[in-house]
Design a protein around this ligand. Structure first.
Ligand SMILES: [Zn+2]
Ligand SMILES: [Zn+2]
Length: 289
């Protein structure tokens, strides 16, 4: 049985976005995530046509398909916050990120739904929905999908429970919204993927709330803290509280393995290459590579 397994990491773009596909292969991956502009800036630097062309060619030459490459929205975007000016800037920035994603020929922008910053979940969810309605409308011809990521239950974050993401999706009623599952954030929120029952429960929840086909990416992160401790501290694969055995249990499920697995673990390319080795060892043990 040959499976199409896809794995990789969040990649730096310091050597140019057009180098990411090659660097992805160098660390042993065939999928990746990037920021498409400086994530701590409200400004989006336009990419030169030549760079865009080189990026697209590099995707092709390195055999990385467009379904396996993701853009993560910048850190400043908060679609749930009560401050009008930040909310407005967040909408405009996300629109630019989606436009740039389209220009690169990619299909997915991953976002954190946002933090209500003390204003309450109800109001936060309303603002997220209004913001995303506008973003979807302004980018309606681009065919880029927005993925809502489950987050850690801290700092007024919305989206630590899958039901909250479901509510946002239902209110939007758009087929351009999908789901990312982050294993560290989920562990923080009490989703225990270290037991078969826990994984079954999670898969059942995803399937019954969204349909499994809406799950487009998994952020594969170990956790520095135990189950249910909402610290959002990612750890290298096998070195945290999910642990090597925990990931083995998680990855024994074919429904999990069929989704691109993207590391957001500490370190950069070197450490990610090591994490991918651990992942491949686990997949060998399971007998799928
Ligand atoms: Zn994230
Ligand atoms: Zn994540």
């Amino acid at each position: 049985m040959l499976e199409r397994l896809r794995y990789g990491a969040h990649m730096p773009t310091s050597k140019g976005i057009h180098n990411v596909p090659k660097e992805t292969r160098e660390i042993g991956g065939n999928a990746f995530q990037i920021f498409n502009h400086s994530p701590r800036s409200w400004k989006v630097k336009e990419l030169e046509e030549a760079v865009v062309g080189r990026f697209r060619r590099a995707m092709d030459e390195n055999g990385i398909d467009l379904d396996s490459a993701f853009v993560h929205s910048g850190y400043l975007v908060n679609l749930a916050g009560p401050k009008e000016d930040i909310w407005r800037k967040s909408i405009d920035l996300l629109v630019e990120e989606v436009e740039l994603t389209h220009k690169l020929g990619l299909k997915y922008v991953n976002i954190h739904p946002g933090s209500h910053l003390g204003d309450g979940e109800r109001k936060g969810i309303e603002r997220i929905v209004r913001a995303l309605e506008e973003v979807l409308e302004r980018t309606r011809d681009l065919g880029v999908m927005i993925l809502l990521e489950n987050v850690s239950p801290k700092g007024g974050n919305i989206g630590y429970k899958l039901e909250q993401l479901k509510e946002i999706m239902d209110l939007l009623g758009s087929d351009r919204i999908g789901l990312t599952y982050d294993t560290c954030h989920g562990f923080d929120a009490g989703y225990d993927i270290t037991t078969k029952d826990g994984v079954r429960k999670l898969l059942h929840e995803i399937d019954s709330l969204f349909g499994l086909d809406k799950l487009k990416m998994i952020h594969l992160n170990d956790s520095k803290y135990p189950l249910g401790v909402p610290k959002d501290r990612h750890e290298n694969i096998g070195k945290g509280f999910i642990g090597r055995e925990g990931f083995k249990t998680f990855l024994e499920f074919e429904q999990i393995r069929s989704v691109p697995l993207i590391l957001e673990t500490p370190g950069s390319n070197l450490e990610h290459a090591e994490d991918l080795e651990v992942l491949k060892d686990i997949l060998k043990e399971i007998g799928v590579i």
